[in-house]
Design a binder for this molecule. Sequence first.
Ligand SMILES: *Cc1c(COP(=O)(O)O)cnc(C)c1O
Length: 375
Amino acid sequence: MNERMSMSAAQEIAAAACGYLTIDLGAISRNYLKLAEALAPAKAAAVVKADAYGLGARPVTEALYNAGCRDFFVAHFLEVAALKPLLPDDVVLYVLNGLQPGNELACAAAGVVPVLNSLDQLRRWSAAAHGLGKRLPAALQFDTGMSRLGFSPTEQVQLKSELADHELVDIRFIMSHLASADEAESEQNDQQQAEMQRIAHEFPGLPVCFANSNGIFLGQSYHGYMARPGIALYGGNPTASQTNPMETVVGLKIAVIQTRTIPAGTKVGYGATFVAPHEMRLATIAAGYADGLPRSLSDRGAVYFGDQRLPIIGRVSMDSMTVDISSLPVGAVTLGSLVEMIGSHQTLDDLAQAAGTISYEVLTSLGQRYERQYL
Ligand SMILES: *Cc1c(COP(=O)(O)O)cnc(C)c1O
């Protein structure tokens, strides 16, 4: 690859953006197909909440639709508005966070499937169905050990006794969410699965929807009738300790906006947390914590130029950070050069780990200041 040519092209575009975020929609589609194949005969839905983990709900959902996905989960009803108008009628949208008071008629009008998380939500949905004189679809979520959302164990008894009264609520499936699926060895996975099986037995005839990305890789007994992968579609590693089976989706390159040489003893960045032990050459790059690059990368993360690791020096600022380019030949990195933040040398999971967080948080924080290139 002709580095010089690609850099001069980059120099022209870089004036407008702090960096380049490439999102490989083809890779998202192939990741979907891979999961769908692993799940068959169970179905693969797709979780596209939080703007498809920050990657753009519209293009991502369209790509997934073309790959055959018809079931999409968002977190809030608000997110339905962005998606619903652009999707064909054969798409089903589920709202994970449940049915909020006052939202019943809007939810019914939009034709979405709320995930009902409590008796109160079920009763309001049932009342809306009676008011409209028609059946309304829903999923029922049970809390099997996360204490976050879903019918509590005590509510289950009451639910069982009054379910027949809510005949206008068309229950598509029952679901629950795994708390420790990212640790394949965790006992909690088996405990939650056993609890889900007990619940399925209490409410016979209803399909089970259980696994997230990691849950799919815990084995077939977690697959149920439909799984709800999110991060694996976007290239995050859904296995605890194995090599990532998913294709890379995101690449991130940041533009260099200034270079300098500093003598020994010079302070770098807010709080002067770094003092040069010898003469150094530095580059300031055009993205910071406002662009989703955590401040916890200060003095510990790195970027890459070619195969060369360039340590982050001093604190990460809001809109920029400084990296050590002393190891590169003089002039190799200049104004407009692009350094790799996420790519073949540093995966999304590597970056998240360096920052002490998870790939989910990195993706959903990337923000709107990068030039986005959809492949
Ligand atoms: C976010 C979410 C998912 C997707 O999880 P991943 O780990 O990204 O696959 C699935 N189910 C529920 C209830 C969620 O909140």
